[in-house]
Design a protein around this ligand. Structure first.
Ligand SMILES: Nc1nc(=O)c2c([nH]1)NC[C@@H]1CN(c3ccc(C(=O)N[C@@H](CCC(=O)O)C(=O)O)cc3)C=[N+]21
Length: 369
């Protein structure tokens, strides 16, 4: 029985990656509740869903086709936040804007991507970004440098793109090879082309009240965009961000705070992380540990945004591995009110936000609204 309940989260591949403490599955949903299946005709201007706290009273929303089965639930099921279709919708919106700009000004937004070394995952991400650019009509420029390139050569590429008026965004694919000083390289990207939002000036402005960054980092921006497009209220909610990285955890916490959430960051040195997480209305997890967050750590009805994209061994998959999140999906789906899947959650949103930042950059540089 236990092996069925934990089928995915306690798989042997996962267990090898993680020294998991074994938790009993949280099964506190003994009240009358609903099994929901949601299909999403996405709109950009109105919330897709009523706020989740009032979802049960609004299941017949005109914006969402929801099939509802009422039952005495020992296993309710969260709404699956469909990042893949939201991202598609956003890309369509961006494509329309790019065409409008091109027709009015003749200008086509350009994104330069610098890839150093031959990491397979990085090459895949860069290829996906290029494909996404092609799909919306952004010109992409790519530089591939070998892993033993000097820092100076990377800086030279950045300078070239900083000076090139057909480039509106510059992205240095991370991680960089170990011998390079990431800080120095990211500082070299002109802040007006920093579509990743990693420049310290952009991050600094994000952290300050009354200041506006030119760009917000793509992954955290994508997380907030998902909450907005699903009509999930952030203001006044208790939000917990798991992980404090420069590129996801920390800017995600800053963004949530800007949205008037009360934010706690949980990290590897936090005492009793589970107790803090169990208090959260909204959880953004960005730690990179497969299936770390268990169902028993979640307050019933919480909203979970899973940023983790972790490969776990899977002999049945053609690639030999599959991707799972930081969150033990099949456990939390029974406790949360909404959850992002992996894949198909935050990942596609990261790329959509990159395209959005590149378009904004081109608009700003050419005074086009
Ligand atoms: N300067 C820089 N900026 C980045 O934004 C950046 C980076 N470096 N380095 C690596 C990470 C990772 N990242 C992802 C983007 C999309 C997916 C994505 O679309 N994932 C698909 C799955 C893809 C698959 O199946 O392989 C999904 O989650 O559905 C994942 C990961 C951007 N990153």
């Amino acid at each position: 029985m236990a092996s069925m309940i934990f089928s995915d989260c306690s798989s042997s591949a996962t267990a090898r990656l993680l020294p998991l403490r074994c938790h009993k599955l949280h099964r506190s949903c003994s009240v009358l509740s609903f099994c929901r299946r949601v299909s999403l005709p996405l709109t950009s201007t109105r919330p897709l869903l009523p706020s989740l706290s009032s979802l049960q009273a609004h299941v017949s929303s005109t914006f969402v086709s929801v099939s509802v089965t009422a039952k005495m639930a020992t296993e309710s099921s969260a709404i699956v936040i469909d990042g893949k279709s939201v991202a598609k919708q956003i890309r369509e919106e961006i494509a329309v804007e790019i065409a409008r700009m091109r027709e009015a000004t003749g200008i086509v937004p350009g994104l330069a991507v610098i890839l150093v070394g031959d990491r397979k995952d990085s090459a895949t991400y860069v290829r996906n970004k290029k494909k996404a650019c092609d799909g919306v009509g952004i010109n992409s420029f790519e530089v591939n440098l070998p892993g033993d390139t000097t820092e100076q050569e990377v800086l030279n590429s950045i300078t070239k793109f900083n000076e090139d008026p057909s480039v509106h965004g510059i992205l240095v694919q991370l991680p960089l090879p170990k011998h390079m000083n990431e800080e120095k390289i990211l500082n070299a990207v002109g802040i007006e082309k920093d579509v990743d939002g990693f420049h310290p000036l952009n991050i600094g402005r994000l952290a300050m009240r009354g200041r506006e960054p030119l760009f917000v980092p793509c992954t955290p921006k994508g997380c907030i965009e998902l909450l907005h497009r699903y009509g999930i209220q952030i203001k006044g909610k208790k939000a917990v961000v798991i992980g404090r990285s420069n590129i996801v955890g920390m800017p995600a916490a800053l963004l949530l705070q800007r949205e008037d959430a009360t934010v706690t960051i949980v990290h590897s040195r936090t005492n009793n992380p589970e107790d803090i997480i169990r208090d959260a209305d909204i959880i953004i997890s960005a730690v990179g540990q497969a299936n770390m967050v268990r169902g028993s750590w979640i307050k019933p009805g919480a909203v979970i945004i899973d940023v983790g994209i972790n490969p776990v061994e899977d002999p049945e998959s053609p690639r030999g591995y599959r991707l799972v999140g930081d969150v033990c999906y099949e456990e939390v789906v029974k406790v949360a009110s909404a959850v992002t899947p992996v894949p198909g959650g935050v990942g596609p949103m990261t790329i959509a936000m990159l395209l959005s930042n590149t378009l904004s950059s081109a608009k700003r540089m050419h005074n086009f609204n």
